[in-house]
Design a protein around this ligand. Structure first.
Ligand code: ZN
Length: 150
């Protein structure tokens, strides 16, 4: 498996998130819920978000799958705390471009996200890393549809 070939530092960060995932609890109430599935690897993610004054007040995820998919979801939930929809959309675009190798992340302070950039070397695992982010993108889409007429 490609995972063993990741840089040690990246591997540590990913394993830490995989073993003690952050916000790995279903929320008692939420404004939007979205599920994502990566058939190539069997990864499953369910994201739940609660908004307050246009910002993420709470986010929870449940899921199962490989370490990269679950660590990515855990990192995502930390990244989006307190963010607005447009801030999250920017971050999703950044993350996608980073995983597709279109942006250089070396000079940017992106915290644990950087660990996931190591996955770029293994094209089959990129979908694992992207799963929670595309699920978030869909969740935001549905949330906006839902609140449009309100
Ligand atoms: Zn996977």
């Amino acid at each position: 498996m490609a995972f063993e070939a990741l840089d040690e530092l990246y591997r540590e960060v990913i394993l830490d998130h995989f073993k003690s995932p952050r916000n790995h609890t279903p929320l008692s109430k939420f404004d939007v819920e979205q599920e994502g599935y990566n058939p190539l690897c069997g990864d499953q993610i369910k994201l739940q978000l609660e908004f307050q004054n246009g910002r993420v007040a709470k986010i929870g995820f449940i899921g199962k799958g490989c370490s990269i998919s679950q660590a990515s979801a855990s990192i995502l939930t930390e990244e989006v705390q307190g963010k607005t929809i447009s801030e999250m959309e920017k971050e999703i675009q950044f993350f996608k471009s980073m995983m597709q190798g279109e942006v250089n992340c070396e000079d940017q302070d992106i915290g644990d996200l950087e660990a996931l950039s190591g996955v770029r070397k293994f094209p089959v695992r990129i979908k694992c890393a992207l799963l929670s982010w595309t699920t978030l993108e869909e969740a935001l889409h549905f949330y906006q549809e839902k609140t449009k007429g309100a």
